[in-house]
Design a protein around this ligand. Structure first.
Ligand SMILES: [Zn+2]
Length: 428
């Protein structure tokens, strides 16, 4: 693998949408995204890949396989970013995939399987769109009304798709069948600090955590801030504060669930001189085990009863949108670990706390994910950074994993569609 070429491609791509403080804003369907896609499309062509854009705006680079009718090996990720995000999230996986194809071409290596490198459209959910739109269409699980939805700016998703060469009328035609895919690989920065703390260069993802959003509504009694005595108050925000701590304790102390975050808080009526009458909190739980998500919601309800009783408020806890945890394929995990060993690279198995296109592609194919260290665990921010030697190591492991999988006999792909529906609002 040509690590310096991969680094220079990453540098060039980060310059498209570069922000003043070293970040990148290349939101899906923006002019920057269009420019970034055109750059990557050119690299795909240079790497000998036949480029196409499907109806969902996914950018595909295809390389034929030697064996007639063999299912494809896919390498995918995304090149869109959040607002003022980093240079590596997504972009690294796509450019490393292109580099794999370029290396195979340069060394005259033919694979038995077709190889397809994919940059999925709108992974990050630009301007409040659903997120992972391209991979949902690719896996045939896009909600039917997806193209008719509007973003926060009032633009129709179908029109946004046209801007990148997509076709809202043809979305159903993007879906790949399980029998067309042998394996899906995604190489990604960790976006956490586990590998860095362990000093291990390669992560083998075991599961992509699921999550559940929980709406907590606290009803107290609004009143005059000056005339209502302290002992006669049913202050919704004071009770809500206890609920924020309760949610945190369910993860941090009770360890019922891996992560708990209260990310939103709306106070009504929201005035300095009025005791809050109603507060709405948005709590999110994440875990690799769906049963733990349920247990966390149950525990939050129990704690809500206690807090409600003690504070004289009524607290409703309602579970909403949910994304199921997804397991990476055991055979591909082993194969990735063997590939790391081939290069003498230590590796470590870990869950992914962030969402990825891989979790959607798992509906139609076995998935394997490779992580490389993120400095300080920082991501979705300008300070996102992965050392060049780690970028190179991850790409080497990706290439080796593709070669190893290509050499394997075809097992029938009996991947059944995950019966649990992936909800909209699955932004990473
Ligand atoms: Zn990503």
């Amino acid at each position: 693998m040509d690590a310096s070429r991969l680094s220079s491609h990453l540098d060039r791509l980060r310059s498209i949408g570069a922000t003043a403080d070293g970040g990148v804003s290349r939101l899906a369907f923006s002019p920057e995204d269009v420019e970034g896609r055109s750059y990557v499309s050119g690299l795909m062509t240079e790497a000998g890949l036949a480029v196409e854009v499907d109806a969902a705006g996914n950018l595909l680079g295809r390389r034929p396989g030697r064996r007639r009718g063999a299912p494809a090996l896919l390498i995918g990720s995304h090149i869109d970013t959040v607002v003022n995000g980093g240079a590596y999230d997504g972009a690294y996986g796509v450019l490393a995939g292109v580099e794999v194809a370029a290396t195979l071409a340069a060394q005259g290596i033919e694979l038995d399987h077709p190889l397809v490198v994919v940059a999925f459209s709108d992974e990050e959910g630009a301007y409040g769109t659903m997120g992972m739109l391209g991979s949902h269409a690719f896996a045939g699980v896009l909600p039917e009304d997806a193209a008719a939805a509007f973003d926060e700016r009032g633009r129709r998703v179908g029109d946004l798709l046209r801007a990148v060469g997509g076709d809202p009328a043809g979305l159903a035609g993007c879906a790949w069948r399980p029998e067309d895919v042998a394996a899906y690989f995604e190489l990604h920065i960790e976006q956490g600090d586990v590998l860095e703390r362990l000093g291990v260069p390669v992560g083998v993802v075991e599961t992509i955590t699921g999550r559940v959003n929980v709406a907590v509504t606290v009803d107290g009694v609004a009143g005059h801030a000056g005339t209502t005595p302290m002992e006669h108050r049913a202050d919704a925000l004071v009770a809500a504060g206890r609920m924020v701590l309760a949610a945190r304790a369910i993860a941090a102390e009770e360890r019922v669930v891996l992560r708990a975050t209260t990310g939103t808080c709306e106070v009504s009526p929201g005035m300095w001189n009025v005791i809050p009458g109603r507060v709405r909190l948005g709590v999110e739980f994440r875990d690799a085990d769906a049963a733990n998500l349920d247990a966390a919601v149950t525990r939050l309800r129990e704690l809500a009863r206690t807090v409600g009783r003690e504070s004289g408020t009524a607290i409703e806890v309602r579970a909403g949108a949910r994304t199921s945890p997804v397991a990476c394929d055991p055979d591909l995990r082993l194969l990735i670990a063997e590939s790391a060993a081939e290069y003498g690279l230590p590796c470590h198995g870990l869950p992914s706390g962030a969402g990825h296109d891989a979790q959607v592609i798992a509906r139609i194919a076995p998935i394997g994910m490779i992580f490389v260290p993120s400095r300080g665990g920082v991501s979705h921010a300008p300070a996102e950074y992965t050392a060049p030697e780690h970028l190179a190591a991850g790409a080497d492991v990706l290439l080796a994993a593709v070669l190893r999988r290509d050499a394997q006999q075809e097992a029938p792909n009996n991947q059944e569609k995950n019966p649990i529906y992936l909800t909209i609002g699955s932004q990473s």
